[in-house]
Design a protein around this ligand. Structure first.
Ligand SMILES: Nc1ncnc2c1ncn2[C@@H]1O[C@H](COP(=O)(O)OP(=O)(O)OP(=O)(O)O)[C@@H](O)[C@H]1O
Ligand SMILES: [Mg+2]
Length: 416
């Protein structure tokens, strides 16, 4: 297939989720805005709770999604912005200080202090996914957003490091490699979801994004426009389906349908009277289907969601960011479509909750604009930011003539 668009104007996002793989290919418009050129998604196989469990099956799912997006856009992609749900991504906050001997702080000083801080993730079996400066200090005075050009003896930085276990991350890399794709950058899933569905004021004032996926529930806290905490729990909508299948002795596919059509996390008085036909596992005969009150289904769904939000609450409290994060929660991900989930979250987490769909991007088909696509569309937004500050080498050489900042400056712009 011919490459009809220069690579530097194309951004590709790949969300390898537990229930679906989604691939979006976008082009940059003249004004630097995103325009969707192609999209494809395919049911995931060979993944569980965000982790690859079967390389061949996962490869086939990724290939199918990518090929669909390539066909639609007539663009062949060779690198992607990839989400990370595997390897239990975890946040660590690190504060480091280095002497700058009273001279004016330069790009190289900032780079040195950041390198010093990121080298602190000294856990052998984990790798660094993100290194995000959340604030600087000079001689102990905090609240500095950009220290370059200022004077002081000691330069400090507060870093938010996100690490993930190496083993699961290598397995995911292998799948991507087998699909003949390079990874342009990796972004933890809830961070990407936040970029897709939060408005700037929320990110600035403090907000918690909860992405209710199929095999995972992931959390990202944003404050002062930076992501300050991420976490991933190995439980999601598929566990709800599994509970229904077990609780009502029905096949998984029927349980999934019962969940999406009748499922709710809030009981209503009429639920006890409403009877649902529930086919039994192993019985093909429609007549042998059970009749079950809807209240039983709701009870099962409710129990799992209560447990999930309880886990979210305890993780947020243990992280120490619960207070910093403010009173606002945005729920997204496929399972956020369960009826009543917003009210339950409000009740259990004692915050203001809204449902978040990805912000509109030109050319995005309506069918792919739901909350299940927040991560994938957030990857595009992350990619857009990277492309704007990190053009390819040819473009960079041209740009360098115009700009006085060198490569370190490029890197710094990305981090301020
Ligand atoms: N209308 C709906 N009502 C309730 N649940 C739904 C609905 N549509 C999808 N879901 C659930 O959403 C889940 C899938 O969500 P999503 O596509 O965000 O997951 P994923 O990204 O593949 O997985 P993960 O992020 O956990 O790796 C499934 O459990 C599915 O049953
Ligand atoms: Mg997901």
């Amino acid at each position: 297939m011919a490459k009809s668009i220069p690579r530097s104007s194309t951004i590709a996002a790949l969300d390898v989720g537990t229930t679906k793989v989604a691939c979006f290919i976008a082009q940059l418009g003249e004004g630097g805005e995103l325009q969707i050129a192609g999209a494809g998604h395919h049911r995931s196989r060979g993944l569980r709770s965000g982790q690859v469990t079967n390389l061949d099956e996962a490869e086939a799912s990724v290939r199918a999604a990518v090929e669909a997006a390539e066909q639609m856009s007539n663009i062949r992609i060779d690198k992607v912005f990839l989400n990370m749900s595997c390897g239990t991504p975890q946040s660590t906050r690190v504060d480091v200080e280095m002497t700058v001997s009273g001279h004016q702080i330069r790009d190289t000083d900032v780079r040195r202090v950041l390198d010093h801080g990121s080298a602190r993730y000294d856990v052998n079996d984990r790798e660094l996914i993100h290194c995000i400066p959340t604030g600087y200090s000079i001689d102990g005075g905090n609240g500095i957003l950009d220290p370059r050009g200022m004077y002081g003896e000691k330069l400090g930085v507060n870093l938010h490091l996100v690490t993930a276990a190496i083993g699961p991350s290598r397995n995911l890399n292998t799948v991507i490699d087998r699909c003949d794709l390079d990874i342009e950058d990796r972004v933890v899933s809830p961070y990407a979801s936040g970029l897709a569905c939060l408005v700037d004021d929320e990110k600035e004032l403090g907000v918690t994004v909860i992405d209710l996926g199929g095999g995972t529930t992931s959390i990202a806290v944003f404050l002062e426009s930076q992501v300050v905490y991420v976490d991933t729990l190995p439980v999601g909508g598929n566990h709800v389906t599994g509970d229904i299948a077990k609780g009502l002795s029905t096949p998984v596919a029927k349980a999934e349908r019962l969940k999406t059509v009748y499922g709710s996390v809030l009981q209503s008085p009429a639920d006890a009277r409403e009877l649902l036909k529930v086919p039994l596992v192993g019985e093909d005969d429609e007549d042998s289907a059970n009749e079950v009150p809807k209240s039983m289904l709701v009870q099962i769904v409710q129990a799992r969601l209560e447990e999930t939000f309880e886990l979210v609450r305890s993780h947020l409290e243990a992280s120490g960011v619960a207070k910093m994060a403010g009173r606002r929660i945005v729920l997204t991900g496929g399972a956020s479509q369960l009826e009543g989930v917003r009210d339950l979250a409000e009740l259990m987490l004692d915050k203001q909750v809204r449902l978040g769909r990805p912000k509109l991007i030109r050319g995005l088909p309506e069918s792919l604009s739901g909350p299940a696509f927040s991560t994938a569309l957030g990857l595009l937004r992350y990619g857009l930011r990277e492309h704007v500050v990190k053009p390819d080498h040819a473009a960079m050489a041209a740009a360098k003539k115009k700009r006085s900042l060198g490569l370190v400056g490029q890197w710094l712009r990305e981090n301020f």
